[in-house]
Ligand binder design. Structure first.
Ligand code: MG
Length: 341
């Protein structure tokens, strides 16, 4: 005989599982919905700033793809205190999404799913220097990502890594508006970050002719061995014009990706980002033999790296990320010091 009355024991179990769910809900506050107000990123409606890692190009056979897995993401969250991870999905170069869509998309999803499981933000980056040539493919890809992940506050869409020296208003803005419109027809609110001319340096140019729409930020990239005050001045102009910036990629070395760590310029950039509440991801979580790599060649593809397996760039990035304040600072704090409430 079937009874529809719920036995007391099962009710108690239901109440208990409700408590467990409530605790899980508290942990999810790590990933409040992001929005943009003026030139400031907000999380759950409050000014916020996040730091984490960019993975290397996802391209099949390039070497960085071995770090696209859940073990690495979990280690970055636990050991580096990373709040975000960036998926740099190669597009038109050999081994990229246009050549191996299944392989690259599987890597993207492995990292995005792991970031969601670890309560981290995750940037899905269309890692191209020629995205305007593949606009239809970009719209279709981001529509798919919006359908799959648009209800997750964790996901950030980065629709063009680094344009070359091409027109903002004539070429890049029309591309970006098409991709933004495609995403927004499916996902009304998740943050979209838009690449700017000259390897995502001319944020001042974009700020004079911004896109229509909400929750849009503009990409600023710097490499401290090459870029200093002149680029910070351009960034400040953009902020003064009322647009928000997101440093989806930065290095402590030369713009080539190689060279030695530029300590003083890196800390000048860190102060700039801390006092303006700018979020950022360090390039790159990879073991290629070049200055920007965070890991020494042969470092495990499953995390658990010792201090000796971090390069000078990786050790500095870990120090910066693990002590990132989470809220904008009123004035530059000492290196490694937190600020704010
Ligand atoms: Mg959404």
């Amino acid at each position: 005989m079937h009874s529809f009355a719920i036995p007391l024991r099962r009710m108690t179990a239901a109440l208990f599982s409700g408590l467990v769910l409530a605790q899980a809900g508290t942990a999810l506050a790590d990933v409040s919905p992001l929005s943009i107000r003026g030139n400031q990123l907000l999380a759950g409606g409050q000014p916020a700033s996040f730091a984490g890692n960019s993975l290397f190009w996802s391209n099949t056979g390039w070497g960085g793809e071995k770090y696209y897995n859940a073990e690495v993401v979990g280690w970055l969250k636990g050991d580096w205190k990373s709040r975000l991870v960036r998926v740099a999905m190669g597009v038109d170069d050999p081994g990229g999404y246009l050549h191996d869509p299944a392989g690259n998309k599987a890597r993207v999803k492995a990292v995005v799913d792991a970031a969601i499981a670890n309560n981290m933000y995750v940037i899905i980056d269309w890692h191209s220097h020629h995205a305007e040539d593949y606009r239809a493919q970009a719209v279709a890809f981001f529509e798919e990502m919006a359908r799959t992940y648009g209800k997750n506050p964790h996901v950030i869409y980065e629709i063009y890594n680094e344009p070359l020296n091409v027109s903002w208003s004539g070429t890049l803005k029309p591309y970006a508006q098409a991709v933004v419109d495609g995403i927004r027809a499916i996902d009304p609110d998740n943050l979209i970050v838009v690449g700017t001319p000259n390897w995502s340096q001319d944020v001042d140019v974009a700020s004079r002719d911004p896109l229509a729409g909400t929750n849009i930020a503009y990409t600023l990239h710097f490499y401290a061995g090459t870029h200093g005050q002149a680029l910070r001045d351009k960034a400040q102009t953009a902020l003064n014009n009322g647009v928000a910036l997101f440093v989806t990629e930065w290095g402590s070395v030369d713009a080539s990706g190689d060279g030695a760590v530029a300590q003083a310029q890196t800390w000048a950039w860190v102060d700039f980002m801390k006092t303006r509440g700018i979020s950022h991801a360090n390039w790159a979580l990879n073991d290629k033999a070049e200055g920007a790599s965070a890991l020494v060649p042969g470092a495990s593809a499953q995390g658990s790296w010792s201090a000796g397996q971090l390069t000078p760039s990786g050790a500095l990035a870990r120090q910066i990320i693990s002590s990132w304040p989470g809220v904008p600072c009123a004035s530059p704090p000492a290196p490694g010091q937190r600020c704010g409430p």
